[in-house]
Design a protein around this ligand. Structure first.
Ligand code: SD4
Length: 320
């Protein structure tokens, strides 16, 4: 059972820090009432959850929080899986996918977007300013420019070098946890009890030109149902799409399953995907009560969480 006295020193955002937690269900056991606000993100996206928390903690909406959080890795050149600094496709182009969903069930998405640093914000504009859900490629780019987004070169020297060394062998294998999978899926529950989520990525490093993963696909990389809960995914997008991962987790929560159990069941379903390559998928979820869960196919997945109690880096359990 989690011991509240294990609070560590305060963090950059002036909160207690709970350190790493292995058994999430224990952490949340005994909380009968709704826990809010809460923010949870894939991987150790600590700065992102802090940015989201700052919004939530000043009576902000979950939608604004998840967008603010997702924008952090998008502009971080060191994050090689998202936005600026993201690894390019095998032809040297950085192509971005993102989506967002709000508490009303509205959704916006951009796929195969180039030269725009904040695809999550373009996705939000698609949701709010167009009658559509998805804009792709040059159409998404044109829309972004019309909306006042700046055109930028997103390929850093580091990413260019990584492509050059990949080209020596040019072997494409979706390896587990080795690409510094920092793709962010982020879910927030605000103090009004509303849920929203966002997901943003540069996709798999050295993918084929034109490839789109799960991250901008509503139901696969992200799903939010404000009556029930929200879920998001990271890892091999092809696997997540085939299993409609995030939607399936929300549907399992609808049947009364705890978020962690729902993530586990969704991860288990990945076992019947036939591929010769080893791959990783990680899921996170939150329900209306503010209970959270994370589970992965293989070891190594973690999630960043902030509640009123502080920051937690959650080490997810795995099927294999
Ligand atoms: C994709 N799911 O494009 C993304 C990749 C990812 O950490 O999550 N990387 O398939």
């Amino acid at each position: 059972m989690f011991n509240r006295r294990t609070f560590l020193s305060s963090t950059a955002i002036g909160m207690g820090s709970l350190g790493s937690v292995d058994h999430l269900t224990d952490l949340f056991a005994g909380f009968g009432k709704v826990r809010k606000p809460v923010v949870i993100a894939t991987w150790n996206n600590r700065k992102a959850v802090e940015a989201a928390w700052n919004v939530l903690n000043s009576r902000g909406k979950a939608l604004d929080a998840v967008e603010a959080g997702a924008r952090i890795p998008e502009s971080d050149p060191e994050d090689t899986s998202v936005g600026y600094g993201g690894y390019p496709d095998r032809d040297g182009f950085v192509t971005l996918d993102a989506c967002i969903m709000d508490e009303l069930g509205n959704a916006g998405s951009v796929v195969f977007l180039e030269h725009i640093m904040h695809p999550v914000s373009v996705a939000r504009r698609v949701m709010e300013k167009t009658p559509h859900v998805i804009l792709a490629g040059s159409g998404a780019h044109q829309f972004a420019i019309e909306q006042g987004f700046k055109e930028e070169n997103l390929l850093t020297e580091k990413a260019q070098k990584a492509l050059e060394s990949w080209r020596i062998k040019a072997e494409y294998q979706p390896k587990i946890n080795v690409e510094r999978h920092d793709t962010i899926g982020i879910l927030g529950l605000d103090q009004f009890g509303d849920l929203s989520g966002a997901c943003t990525t540069s996709g798999l490093a050295f993918k084929m030109r034109g490839r789109v993963g799960d991250s901008p696909i509503i139901g696969a990389g992200l799903y939010v149902d404000n009556e029930i809960g929200a879920a998001t995914a990271t890892g091999l997008g092809e696997a997540v799409i085939k299993k409609v991962g995030s939607f399936s987790i929300v549907e399992m929560m609808r049947q009364g399953m705890h978020p962690e159990k729902a993530c586990k069941m969704a991860a288990k379903r990945l076992l019947d995907i036939k591929t010769k390559d080893e791959f990783q998928v990680g899921y996170i979820a939150i329900n209306k009560k503010g209970e959270i869960g994370a589970f992965a196919l293989r070891p190594g997945f973690e999630a960043a969480v902030i509640t009123q109690e502080g920051f937690i880096l959650l080490k997810a359990n795995s099927i294999l």
